[in-house]
Design a protein around this ligand. Sequence first.
Ligand code: ADP
Ligand code: MG
Length: 291
Amino acid sequence: ATPTSIMVGTGRAAELGVLFRKGDALQALQSVKVVAFDKTGTLTMGAPVVTDIIALFGDENTVLAMVAAVEAKSEHPIARAIERAAAEHDLTLPAVGRARAVAGHGVSAQVGDHQVLVGNGRLMVREGVEMAAFGASLEMLEAQGRTPVLVAIDGVPAMVLGVSDRVRAGSKEAVAMLHARGLSVVMVSGDTKRAARAIADELGIDRVEAEVLPKGKAEIVAALRAQFGQIAFVGDGINDAPALASADVGLAVGSGTDVAIEAADVVLMGADPRAVVTALDLSRKVMRNIR
Ligand code: ADP
Ligand code: MG
């Protein structure tokens, strides 16, 4: 490719809201064989809502207030959903002592004399909480494709919340357009297998890598590259900056957190996943004209 044609290509892309931070990305994108998407915040809005509140032990409002107080210490989108639910119930939140957010797991904090855990099954298992009491609620929520949020107080299962996130307009079409161009599409998520599968089915994605820890996303990029060839990773930068950086082409979407922009080769303005296809088509067109 001549430097001039790449310059013209990246200029045209910028007009379409696709910012190539490096000229080689325009070239690399045309030979991509597989596109891996982050789920939360990329294919979905990343603004989940609480759909279910199931008390297992203790007074529902008291437990919900403790949970919301603990989540105030977390940056995760699920935490914002739970804080909003508590506000809708007009709850006054108790003071929280030492708190610790564990990436890909949840949060643990001291509330008064109580130790409160809020997160997924992995967090409960890690902290030695007996999972049996969560069973029926967990099963019911997962069957509906919701993300279960488990709560234990002093090691005893106390509540299960159901959380659900809407898919973005354009996600389904973006997947179909990539398939039509002969590419494989994979969804990568830290969410449970069944919640991730439900979203993937809705979008027509056949391959799902779920329950992936933040540090595991980059390892999956490497594994997919070995299987398919050149890989593009599309993410919003929350928990996936290493994957963006290690892909052959990293594309940052959405409002674009600073880390995402730093780690990405391409920045897509706006949050429409179809911009990935715009970028790909442009890359193919520019490279075709050159040969
Ligand atoms: P993703 O972006 O795919 O949701 P994360 O690694 O951010 O992946 O989170 C993985 C999982 O960890 C979440 O789906 C949730 O089950 C759990 N989790 C993480 N942080 C919290 C939190 N603050 N409250 C409840 N659950 C959490
Ligand atoms: Mg995300």
